[in-house]
Every structure is written in C-alpha cells, then in structure tokens.
Design a protein around this ligand. Structure first.
Ligand code: F6R
Length: 611
C-alpha cells in the first residue's frame, strides 16, 4: 500500500528519495513526504502526489546523504499534510516512515499521552515514533534497542524505517507483515517496500523477514531478530531490469501492460514447455506434485482480479483434472472456520505476493495441514516464501494499479497446472495433452491480432464513455471474464458495472436493462453458444445496446448485437486469455476519455497490505 524508500551512503539523497517515491507512487498516492538528516533534521511532507511534494520542497534544496521518504495510502487519519509521513517523536529524536497498521495504537496513544507525549496527527505511525522515544529516554538504551523494545509492544503489521537524531549515521529498519527490501551497494544501502526504486542502483538485495531488524550504517548492515538474536543476511540477485519499470513510450503503464501480454504470457510458459514442445515442466511444483495429483479437493484463494483468475482455475481443474475445486475470497476464508485437512491443496493467487488477507489465509491453511501453493508475480515476496511450492507467473513488474497482464499470466499458470495434473491423473490422454500445449503456444499470436484492432475498441469507447451503468455477461469460462471486465471498468473509470453469469440475468438484473444500459456479452463458439445467443435475444428485446465479443467470422450474433468485437477462435479453456483483452482496452479508453487517472485510480492501491 504505502511506499517506503530510504538511503544511506555517499550520494545526494534528495533525488534518490524523490525518484524512488515516483517509482512507488503506484502503491499509494494520497500524500508524500521525505526526511533528510545533515547537521539537523529536515522534514517536508504534504497532501497530494510526489509532484506536489517536489513543488513544496523547491526553493529549499536539501543536501545530505541519509534520508527516508514515503508515499501514503491512508488507513488511519484522512489524507492531509499532518498525517503524511515521515512522523517525528515529540522530543524530535526519532523520525520514521511506516507501512502497515498498529492495531493497539489507541491504547498505546493513551498511555503516551499520560506520560506527556503530544500528537500532531491522527496516525498510528506517530504513536510508534513516540513509543520508541519513550523507551529510548526512559530506558537509557541505544536507538536500536529502543526500536526493538518498542516494536515488541506493538500489535499489528509494520514495515518501518527509522532515523535517530542522536545517531545520525544510521538507518534502522524492521518488518512484520509489510515488505521491505534492502539494496546493497558499495558503502551505500537502499531501502524500499519493493525493488522498483532500487534496481537502477544495484541488483543485490536482502529481503527482510518478519520480526527482523536491520541496523544499517554506510559501511555495515547488521541483521538480527526483534529479540536480539544475530542473523546472517542472505544477498539475492534481482531479476529485474530498469526498462521493465518505465512506460516505454506508452501514455500509461496500464496500456503498456495490456500490450505486453503476448510477451508476458510467453514469459510465463517459457522454459516450462520442453524445446520439443511436448512436455510441461513446472519446477516449483516438483516436490509437491504427488500430493497435488492425489488431492481430494483444491481450494483457490485470492482477492480482486486474482480471485477472478481463481474462478477460471475452478473450470480448468474440474474439466481437465476432475478435481473438485472451491474458490474463496481470502478475506472471507480466513475469518471463517474452514474445514481443511492434509488431502486438501490450497492455491493462493496474488500478483504482489503481499496481499494481507491472502497471506493470512495461507498461514491458516498451512497450520491446518493442507498443502499450500502460490501463484505469484513478485519474486521473493511473502506468499511464495511461505508456501510449500508454487509457480511464479514471470509477467514482469505490473505498475498500473488495475491488474491486466497479471490476470492473463495467472490464468496461463492455472491452465498449465491443470493440464499437467490432468495428464498425471490420466484424465487427459497424450493426444489431448499435446493438443492443449500446442494451443497454449498459439495464444500470444492471437492476442497480437486482437491488439491490432484496438482502434475499433477505441471507437466503441467513444460511444459509451458517458453512460453510468454497464452489464457484463458470460457463461462458463467467460463468466469470470465478465466479472473481470466489470471490475476493470469500475476501478479506473468510476462507472458502475456488474458482471453476471448470462443465464442468471433472468433472476434479477434483467430488471435493470433498458436503452441506457449497455450490455457486454461474451459469446464465443463453445458448447453454450446457442444458450448465449438466446440470452442476447432476451437483452435485445429490452432494447439495450449490445456489445458482443465473438469469434472471427461469427455471422449469427453480428445480426443481433449492435456492435461486435472479434477475437480469434481458441479452445474454450484458453478463451479467458483472449476475451479479456478487448474488455481491458475498452475500460482503458473509456477512463482516458473521461479524464480519469488511469494508472492511479482514486482510493486504490496496488498492493493491499492492510486487512
Ligand atoms: C484489480 C486489482 C486488485 C488486485 C487485488 C489482489 O485490478 O488489481 O483487485 O487483484 O488487490 O492483489 P494481489 O493479486 O496482489 O494479491
């Protein structure tokens, strides 16, 4: 959610912080701030975007080689200048940036107020700054020890970076639940909530684990647990290029990511289909495949778009592997009392690998003895580190807040898993297995063809940009795509949209349909084609404008629908990978035409690390 950046070394810190915050702005963007230490401490923060912060700072150039920066997505306290981070303790000794939620902050705040501490903001983060200062002054301990002792009183989640004015050559970072990455340079260290601000300086990184504290000077990094047990840091190499986190000539990250899909899907299956093209290999499942093949039940968990991908997974595993599947919102699953045992396989889907509810559900499932697998995009993130196995989607960094290429990569992984397990369970014979592998390899080229017709979708967007409501209908594999199409439109253009299974329309939503309600119908040539044609007739009878996504050469629906968008034919199991693309494009163009901030839609954040 919030973005964190920090630096200690020999370079001017201001540009590092500002550039880092710009890279992280997709995580949260209601306010931003920086703090730099030189002979004194300088804090600048304001409501708005990083560009507003730059304006706020201009005219006051700050020099220094140690500093922290933050871009906020409000949880406690409205977005304003005071609630923006960094926060400074009452006595001014500690300055911190914080990502996460301190659940017992009310109680801690009450105690600290009674002890004479004052509070400027409504945030839980300022409480932490004061708590650390209290422990520091009262216990007469080092800054590091004060941080560790204070954090052991905190309930909730945090990724924090702290500076102490008494020890101005040090950054102290700690994590519980909220990610932190440390970039390791020569006599310099970089900190961030994900690797995007770091990659232009170094590819050597340390992922902080929960309950770990890093004490960092220019020349040394000491890693220990909250309880002061020393740890040996593990340095890993980032598999990320700076070009991957630029817009690459596109107007928005979202558009770039839509257009990247032929390549990102190829990257998802690259190296996983043998060079002869006859076998699937999913290395991350190697150890666990017997349990997956024997599973009595698969439970797929996720949130938002990842949950939609999970719904496609339900059709895939049931069709191809004949395993019973349930798909759950992680946020519901974790607070129910789910019945799980060792014959169950739980698959957690998450682009970021950090979504708080999905991570909590992973932990619950592991405690219950289920085999827990992850389908994640961000390498080294929390979910892949806590699961028993899994498959990275390798879609590359997704910066646009609205998920696009992550969805198609997740569906690609689910399809590969279902095909593999289906073959191992002898549900698919060699011929069918080979057929699906061959079909999968064709998908990137078919998406290219859809993208070549983006201009037609742009024209449709022009016609519908001012409507207030949209309905999306699909059946079978395309029902989850209807949900995903509606979500994309809602989140970036703020138009109300609903996705529905087409047949279910008669049980309520049909009452809404009239001339002013455009209906997007996903109508490919699969076994329910005739049924969806009937559904289109029903919608037409209510005078709605129908936009149908059809297979190339379809003449029947062309006569019924007001507008059609063609996609190439593919086996039904891969149809979500194709049908979603025009819907992504239509949402994108409508949002741009309505003047919306496509990459940073209001109230949303890329990585939802609070519950
Ligand atoms: C929608 C979107 C969100 C995410 C959801 C889960 O476009 O991006 O609905 O899909 O917040 O995030 P991850 O996949 O990171 O767990």
């Amino acid at each position: 959610m919030c973005g964190i950046v920090g630096y200690i070394g020999y370079r001017e810190v201001y540009p590092i912080l500002i550039n880092g915050l710009k890279r992280l702005e997709y995580r949260g963007y209601d306010s931003a701030g920086i703090a730099i230490l030189n002979s004194e401490s300088h804090i600048y923060k304001c409501k708005g975007k990083v560009s507003d912060l730059e304006k706020h700072v201009s005219g006051n150039p700050i020099h220094g080689n140690i500093g922290i920066g933050h871009t906020r997505w409000a949880t406690h306290g409205e977005p304003n200048d005071t609630n923006a981070h960094p926060h400074q303790s009452t006595g001014g000794k500690f300055i911190l940036i914080h990502n996460g939620i301190i659940e017992n902050y009310v109680e801690l705040k009450g105690r600290l107020k009674n002890l004479g501490f004052s509070f400027k903001s409504d945030t839980d983060s300022e409480v932490l700054a004061n708590l650390i200062e209290y422990v520091y002054l009262n216990g007469n301990v080092s800054a590091e020890m004060a941080v560790r002792l204070a954090l052991s009183q905190v309930e909730g989640a945090y990724g924090v970076v702290i500076m102490c004015t008494d020890e101005p050559d040090k950054l102290i970072a700690a994590r519980k639940g909220s990610p932190l990455v440390i970039g390791v340079g020569n006599d310099e260290y970089f900190l961030a909530s994900d690797a995007t601000p770091i990659v232009e300086y170094t590819k050597s990184v340390i992922y902080l684990s929960d309950q770990n504290v890093a004490i960092i000077t220019r020349t040394e990094l000491v890693l220990k647990t909250l309880k002061n047990i020393p740890l040996t840091p593990t340095i890993q190499q980032l598999d990320l290029d700076i070009g991957e986190i630029d817009k690459g000539g596109y107007e928005h990250f979202m558009l770039k990511e839509i257009y990247e899909q032929p390549r990102s899907i190829m990257d998802t299956f690259r190296g996983r289909i043998t060079t002869q093209g006859t076998e699937l290999h999913l290395g991350g499942l190697y150890q666990v495949i017997p349990r997956l093949v024997e599973a009595k039940r698969i439970i797929i968990i996720g949130c938002g778009t990842s949950w939609h991908a999970g719904l496609v997974g339900e059709y895939l595993f049931e069709d191809l592997a004949r395993i019973s599947v349930e798909v759950e919102y992680a946020s519901e699953f974790r607070y129910r009392h789910p019945i799980l045992d060792k014959d169950d396989v739980v698959i957690a889907i998450s682009q970021s690998g950090e979504t708080a509810d999905t991570l909590a559900a992973v932990r619950l499932a592991k405690d219950a003895g289920a085999l827990v697998l992850g389908i994640c995009n961000v390498v080294g993130s929390s979910i892949p580190r806590e699961t028993d196995g899994g498959v990275y989607t390798h879609a590359g960094p997704e910066i646009g807040v609205a998920s696009t290429k992550a969805f198609t990569a997740q569906v690609t992984v689910l399809a590969m898993m279902a095909i593999l397990v289906g073959r191992r369970r002898n549900i698919l014979d060699d011929k069918q297995y080979q057929h699906y592998i061959d079909e999968l390899k064709e998908i990137p080229g078919k998406i290219e063809k859809i993208l070549e017709h983006a201009g037609e979708i742009q024209k449709l967007a022009e016609l519908f940009k001012y409507v207030n409501n949209f309905l999306y209908l699909g059946r079978g594999y395309l029902f989850p795509v209807a949900l995903e199409g509606a979500l994309k439109l809602k989140e970036i253009s703020y138009i109300h949209a609903e996705g529905y299974p087409a047949a279910e329309m008669k049980h309520g939503p049909i009452a809404l349909i009239d001339l002013n309600m455009p209906v997007v119908v996903l109508a490919i040539k699969d076994h329910s084609y005739d049924k969806i044609v009937s559904n289109i007739q029903e919608v037409k009878a209510r005078k709605a404008n129908i936009i149908a996504v059809v297979n190339e050469g379809d003449t029947t629906i062309k006569q019924l629908a007001n507008y059609t968008v063609e996609i190439p034919e593919a086996d039904a199991i891969f149809s979500p990978l194709l049908a979603v693309v025009p819907l992504q494009l239509m949402s994108y163009y409508i949002a741009v035409m309505r003047g919306c901030n496509v990459d940073q839609p209001r109230n949303l954040a890329k990585s939802v690390t609070v519950e």
